[in-house]
Design a protein around this ligand. Sequence first.
Ligand SMILES: Cc1cc2nc3c(=O)[nH]c(=O)nc-3n(C[C@H](O)[C@H](O)[C@H](O)COP(=O)(O)OP(=O)(O)OC[C@H]3O[C@@H](n4cnc5c(N)ncnc54)[C@H](O)[C@@H]3O)c2cc1C
Length: 531
Amino acid sequence: MVWIKGSAHPDTSNVSGRAYVQVFGLPICVTFTMKRRTRRVLAIVAIGFLLVAVGALARPIIHLIYTASRDVRGPESLPPGYVDDASRLNRTKVAEVWKVPVDSQDPERQLAELLRRAQASGLRVSVAGARHSMGGHTIYPGGIVIDMTPWNRMQLDTARDTLWVQAGALWKDVLRYLDEHGRSVAVMQSNNSFTVGGSISVNCHGWQFDRPPIASTVQSFRLMQADGTIVHCSRTENPELFSLALGGYGLFGIILDVELRVVPNERYRLEQYIVPIDDSLATFDSKVAGRSDVQMVYARLNIVPDRLFDDVIINVFVRDPHGSIPDLSEPGMAELRRAIFRGSAESDYGKELRWNAETKLQPFLIGKVFSRNQLLNESVDVFQNRSADSTDILHEYFVPRHRVAGFVEAMRNILRKHRPNLLNVTVRSVNEDKDTFLRYADRDMFAFVMLFVQQKTAEGEQKMETLTRALIEAALEHEGRYYLPYRLHATREQFYRAYPQAREFFALKRKYDPGELFQNQFYVKYGKDQD
Ligand SMILES: Cc1cc2nc3c(=O)[nH]c(=O)nc-3n(C[C@H](O)[C@H](O)[C@H](O)COP(=O)(O)OP(=O)(O)OC[C@H]3O[C@@H](n4cnc5c(N)ncnc54)[C@H](O)[C@@H]3O)c2cc1C
């Protein structure tokens, strides 16, 4: 504490007095004589500090208000008879969108009848969950789209720790239900907005540490095939269909319901490491790998253009068993987090602000505890692009650990050359997948999830295609693969290099579905008319 007592001398240019300063609780008295000029300089410095402080706060506040004021509220509506997906670039006319019925006595018989009707009228059928795939994987032009979302019932078997769940259920509903029973999802994406059926049909993965993709948690499922028959698939019953339909993009039939292995809901504490990119793998080895208390991990690369990929934040969630598990609630500060995120799409300053928020504010969270379910309970609404002019496009590349450094360097060069509007790069580890046929993790991999803003114009589309092909090429050169649920920009040649098992995969599709009833844009581009 400081207090000052003094007086000015009108006949001189001096101000004198006594200042009392408290140091560690002891009052110390200092007598001083200050020149008027000195006082003026001090006043100017104080005003300067004030202006800098106001300026430092004003810029981010103005930036966030500007971002929020430009944010559009709702999704665009589609003309009747049209469907689209999360890319908002696949508007397509279809014959019909058929919602699976919930109010009838025998809904599965009705579904089988629909398949017969489609076959009789020569229509193709595609299956849709929450439609967050981005390449028309849920759409066939002029076909029938089966909307699975009404089938969302679930039942936990506490003795076996398995969840029976209908394929149209969203993770947000699954999490709410499991939370009431002290359980959680073993593997899912980083957001809760997807259906169980869509998630296992792409074989999703998340940031659950030391885990293969979701197929590893599937015990069994029931599949309706093209002729309307229902088969039970597991590792011992119809094992070939089991491995084909998991990660099978709806080409082998309709997954009706699934038995999933679940895990306990637990309390976690955050540890955070902010390191130069060259130290990131060593930090991963010393702070994360081999620890049994580590449960969820993701890293984020710095995307500020003049420091592109120079440093990394590694977020590690460790078991913290001493204390109660926080209740599941709606994620907090959604509006502010959205403004910070969307603001990073607007300018380099926005990207800098977001990086600073994550590296300087987030450390205050260290020591804060979270429930596993809360961490998983994040909707895509928080960051979704709602603009009519642009859209956000995801990419994902998987590379083995010994090629990570080379791939990061290649990515950086490609991004510096093409200069896209990059919003995010998250890195996770994915363990080898031993369950699915069309597998992307044929060994332990590091996954790079990238989000870009794209203009919804022919030029924007062209630029994104060129960029995607360059990044896929870099992944392939580094023994890697790319993820299939996004835009269909890979050439056929790139697709078959990334997935050498794909020829057999599509041949088996035609064995199980000889009339090619189940089709979508992904199948049309890569699966049909093979040379
Ligand atoms: C913002 C965002 C974040 C994402 N984050 C991740 C992530 O962290 N990890 C990750 O792995 N992926 C991620 N993805 C990709 C996501 O996992 C897939 O797009 C997934 O398919 C979404 O589920 P959905 O219910 O929207 O599926 P849809 O897009 O509706 O369907 C996907 C595929 O599954 C088929 N399908 C759907 N339901 C059934 C069924 N019942 N029977 C048979 N086939 C069916 C469809 O025909 C289609 O081919 C993300 C996507 C977005 C847009």
